[in-house]
Ligand binder design. Structure first.
Ligand SMILES: Nc1ncnc2c1ncn2[C@@H]1O[C@H](COP(=O)(O)OP(=O)(O)OP(=O)(O)O)[C@@H](O)[C@H]1O
Ligand SMILES: [Mg+2]
Length: 242
């Protein structure tokens, strides 16, 4: 009997003809032009492109932190239903992200009135996946993982940009989300610390997470499973590495 071809795995996230136009007093600016993208479970997807190319805009469409202008962003729950993320309201989206997706913002977005430890606790408090005693130990462990535990009780204003970036990574991992979206997560780090973080991401992918990461570091390209180049709001090239 002829072997049957295995069914292609269902993408975890699908972007269908996604456009984003920013409107301001200066007029309309089309930042994404009909992007189609399928992200498979377990991928380590790298996104590169010049400053202003639309990388952060693309991530904002995937995470839903900003509204798209047209198109669809679908999340295919493994073994379950398809959720149109672009149709969820802000509360439902925040809850969905809390359980499914950690986000490392390019500008970190730590809450300035809270200590580093409290910043990492927020996603856990929001979702209630961990008992409060467990969540505190977990937050400290995550801060230790990014080598910043000794500063746990400081406010973000009293640590460096690279240290804030590491707290943002710890916070994104707080609920152990299956998907991590990271916008230049090593951009403020020295090369040794950046390597340490990238190694950590590789281990997370080995353990089954899906990671979507923007970087300016072209030397990382061979270490992604797939690598997109974005220019002028369009995907120019897709290179599959493995
Ligand atoms: N809120 C906004 N209002 C108007 N235009 C915007 C806004 N945010 C971004 N843009 C424009 O959209 C384009 C894409 O911006 P985006 O932030 O996605 O670029 P990027 O590839 O992430 O750049 P960088 O590498 O510098 O972070 C840029 O031309 C930018 O000026
Ligand atoms: Mg950006």
């Amino acid at each position: 009997m002829k072997p049957t071809k295995p069914a292609p795995s269902q993408p975890l996230i699908e972007l269908c003809n996604v456009t984003k136009t920013y409107s301001s007093e200066a007029g309309d600016f089309p930042a994404l032009h009909g992007v189609n993208l399928q992200i498979q479970p377990g991928e380590f997807l790298g996104i590169v492109g010049k400053s202003g190319a639309g990388k952060s805009t693309l991530l904002n469409m995937i995470t839903g932190v900003d509204d798209l202008t047209s198109g669809e962003v679908l999340y295919n729950q493994p073994g379950g239903e398809t959720i149109p993320l672009h149709e969820l309201d802000e509360n439902d989206l925040a809850l969905w992200r809390g359980r499914n997706m950690g986000v490392v913002y390019q500008s970190f977005q730590l809450l300035p009135m809270l200590t580093l430890l409290e910043n990492v606790l927020i996603p856990m408090d929001l979702c209630g996946l961990y008992h409060p005693r467990e969540s505190r130990a977990r937050a400290l462990e995550l801060l230790r993982l990014v080598e910043i535990e000794e500063h746990a009780h400081k406010l973000p204003a009293f640590i460096s940009g690279g240290q804030q970036q590491r707290v943002a990574i710890a916070r994104a991992l707080a609920n152990d989300p299956p998907i991590l979206v990271a916008d230049e997560p090593t951009g403020s780090l020295d090369s040794v610390t950046a390597d340490h973080i990238f190694d950590m991401f590789e281990k997370l992918v080995e353990r089954g997470k899906t990671i979507i990461m923007v970087t300016h570091d072209n030397s990382l390209a061979p270490r992604f499973t797939r690598h997109l180049v974005i220019a002028d709001g369009e995907i120019q090239a897709v290179e599959t590495i493995q």
